[in-house]
Write a protein that binds this ligand. Sequence first.
Ligand SMILES: NC(=O)C1=CN([C@@H]2O[C@H](COP(=O)(O)OP(=O)(O)OC[C@H]3O[C@@H](n4cnc5c(N)ncnc54)[C@H](OP(=O)(O)O)[C@@H]3O)[C@@H](O)[C@H]2O)[C@@H](O)CC1
Ligand SMILES: Nc1ncnc2c1ncn2[C@@H]1O[C@H](COP(=O)(O)OP(=O)(O)O)[C@@H](O)[C@H]1O
Ligand SMILES: [K+]
Length: 484
Amino acid sequence: MRTAYSVETVRTAERELMARLPEGALMQRAAAGLAAACADLLGRVYGSRVVLLVGSGDNGGDALYAGARLARRGAGVSAVLLAPERAHPGGLAALRRAGGGVAADGGAAGRLIERADLVVDGIVGIGGKGGLRPDAESLARAAARSRAAVVAVDLPSGIDADTGEVHGAALPADLTVTFGTHKPGLLVDPAREYAGSVRLVDIGLALPGDAAVLEALQHADAARLLPVPGAESDKYRRGVVGIAAGSARYPGAAVLAVSGALRGGAGAVRYVGPAGDAVIARFPETLVSDRGPKRAGRVQAWVVGPGAGDDAATVAEVVAADVPVLIDADGLRLVDVGAVRARTAPTLLTPHAGEAAALLGVSREEVEAARLSSARELAARYRATVLLKGSTTLVAAPDGGPVRANATGTSWLATAGSGDVLSGLAGSLLASGLPARDAGSVAAYLHGLAGRHAADGAPVGAHDVAEALPGVWRDVREEGRAGV
Ligand SMILES: NC(=O)C1=CN([C@@H]2O[C@H](COP(=O)(O)OP(=O)(O)OC[C@H]3O[C@@H](n4cnc5c(N)ncnc54)[C@H](OP(=O)(O)O)[C@@H]3O)[C@@H](O)[C@H]2O)[C@@H](O)CC1
Ligand SMILES: Nc1ncnc2c1ncn2[C@@H]1O[C@H](COP(=O)(O)OP(=O)(O)O)[C@@H](O)[C@H]1O
Ligand SMILES: [K+]
């Protein structure tokens, strides 16, 4: 599991560790990890041209000490100091001793950046507030124009470490070298996009497990959660998932939700609604009923909403059931918030940003700019687990606890019906007994990987994603066991 901690928790752990170490030791650990990552990226350090963008805090100190290490290995290293009188004195002295220089003025800085192989962004780290200031912004623009690779120190400068929000300008990186732990902003869009790939350097921080604010599953975590039938299993013990979806206008949504549900671990899929013929034609193994959710027979979890049109009565009937319920798409528009809050069995809501915006009474852009707080706010309002879809999918539970972030997906998943496959898959995992947070996050994890495998760089339809699920499930189990 990758975990992310708030700046406040990082600061506390940092203070405790610093009290036990000689002065400066922590920054040396950070700088050593940073220099090693830069060297790996450069391939050949000797003769390379490196520019350090140095702010007035310790983030700049890390950059200066790492620059000194690269200079000792033969790189030509120049520092651009944003506030020369406040630049880290020890770091600056180390750089000078190692043969590094300092840009004389803005013009020189621009020319250095233009010719650089590598720009190290040490403008600001966890001490940052708001977007970049104008002087930093012009350096960021120069770095973006140059062909140099950009390595961010701890965080891309300008992003909000705790929320993943970006208020103003920020400097996009190819690689972010972060210290001690991930920060939430590295795992949540829009900030995540600025980070490029992320390398975590262990500097010995001791972080309390229960204080994590964000988690991201990895193969081993997903593998542990995947339901696997035992010798004594039968189809009912594995769980039956009910799908109340589709309409005369949108029969395909029913077919796609069933396609996800059949690949999600439940022993049987029951379909209720007007698209029974279309479902049976494609998936003859589905148990089809036209008698409404209440009289369809027992299920261990329901999915309601994909392609449901205006069928509010079915949504209300499903929400009244005393089993876990996943509400998606039209169901989110039709459902009564009071009825959801009154439920005692788990509820999982799966909106995309537009649907979440409608539920919160804000614009889509506002949700996209503040994904973490939007997911948490919705979870609190509906007293339900919320899976907010998008480039990073977030799963927030109503009782607080770490939000799960998923980044296995690909933008090829932005194709009609792929959300229906996800809802069937997550519903199936709910039926097999996973708690809502696990069902949602494992479903997003597998669905994202299936999107990647199916697309492999080319457009795909939602049914391709569903068909890729068994292969992905297999890979996750095998690689998870192998500790990948
Ligand atoms: N935690 C750990 O365990 C370890 C932490 N380490 C490192 O320390 C870093 C934190 O250092 P830090 O506390 O000195 O703050 P930092 O990020 O350099 O920023 C403060 C300065 O930035 C300025 N500034 C603010 N906002 C700005 C903006 N938008 N745009 C431009 N400038 C802005 C602000 O200026 P002021 O507001 O005072 O004018 C202030 O001077 C951390 O990220 C990691 O790299 C490692 O060395 C070892 C282990
Ligand atoms: N840019 C993107 N990157 C990664 N995944 C995406 C992106 N855009 C959409 N997705 C994923 O694709 C699916 C789309 O679901 P949804 O918006 O409900 O579509 P539909 O209603 O057509 O089924 C979600 O799982 C979402 O997370
Ligand atoms: K930085």
